[in-house]
Ligand binder design. Sequence first.
Ligand SMILES: Nc1ncnc2c1ncn2[C@@H]1O[C@H](COP(=O)(O)OP(=O)(O)OP(=O)(O)O)[C@@H](O)[C@H]1O
Length: 304
Amino acid sequence: MGVETRSKKVMFIVNKFAGTGYQPAVEGKMIEVSERHDVECTIEFTRSPGHATELAQAAVKEHFDAVVAVGGDGTINEVARGLVRSSVPMGIIPRGSGNGLSRHLGIPLKLHDAINAVFRSSPVAVDTFTVNDKLSLNVSGIGFDGHIANLFGGKTKRGLTGYTKLTISEFLQFKEFDASVLVDGNPVDAHAFIIAVANSSQYGNNARIAPAASVCDGLLHLNIIRKVPMYRLDVVYAVFAGNIERSSFCQIVAGQKITIKTTKPIAYHVDGEPCGHHDNFQITINPSSLKVLVPDQSPRKHKI
Ligand SMILES: Nc1ncnc2c1ncn2[C@@H]1O[C@H](COP(=O)(O)OP(=O)(O)OP(=O)(O)O)[C@@H](O)[C@H]1O
């Protein structure tokens, strides 16, 4: 199954600016592996933010059999915007700094393995969701994570070290905020530091904000997180250990339609991309709205 037997024409959409730097070897490997599988390969490089969506839309019109996003969660999001509700599946070659969705799906992080995996994969219909009409696939958030995304968006230094330094210096200053939350019509009062809306289980780098989340369950997992004192390293450990739901600092509620109103505009992000500030968030799941190529050998195949 997968591209190997059912697809003949594949477009690779490459964001050279994703992650910690572009490796020219990517191009040659994509051509080599495509040829080996007798697949016609088209490689497009994104020229600006948003361009990946245009390229993916063109690929749908031109009847490509699959479109492969080569980049981080931002690039994947842009490609998905062009493919959502179409029959064309999206493959992923993770080249970002966090690679949240790729890790959740069990897509190999090593370049060569990831390219090979595209050709040994099967399309799976996954859920997507919208935050005020912006498409999200992975995790979006309001509050401190949105604040960091807004700050980090303008920086050139990428990677975990960059995030960590900035996060620590801003952490002390950022204050909790009040929000009125409705989950499928049920009110939840929130005094929060972060309100994360998760489709997959993790932001990236195995930071699991909603360990039980599945991209195929037709549900969003809302995690309302209080400000954790700096000395509570056990809570940070719980995020990476995958058991944050046991912490008294967070409350996880699952639902399909979420409304969040805040008393003042709060920073937010969609799949890690900064979106400025807002005080009213309408969040809705779109079940099974995107086909994604999941490797047949994914270690997470039964947990996606
Ligand atoms: N040619 C380009 N010039 C500048 N920015 C671009 C270009 N092509 C794409 N982009 C932008 O690059 C941004 C970052 O991409 P992406 O999220 O894939 O990488 P990342 O942020 O390094 O990875 P991660 O999300 O895993 O941290 C996206 O917002 C995208 O719009």
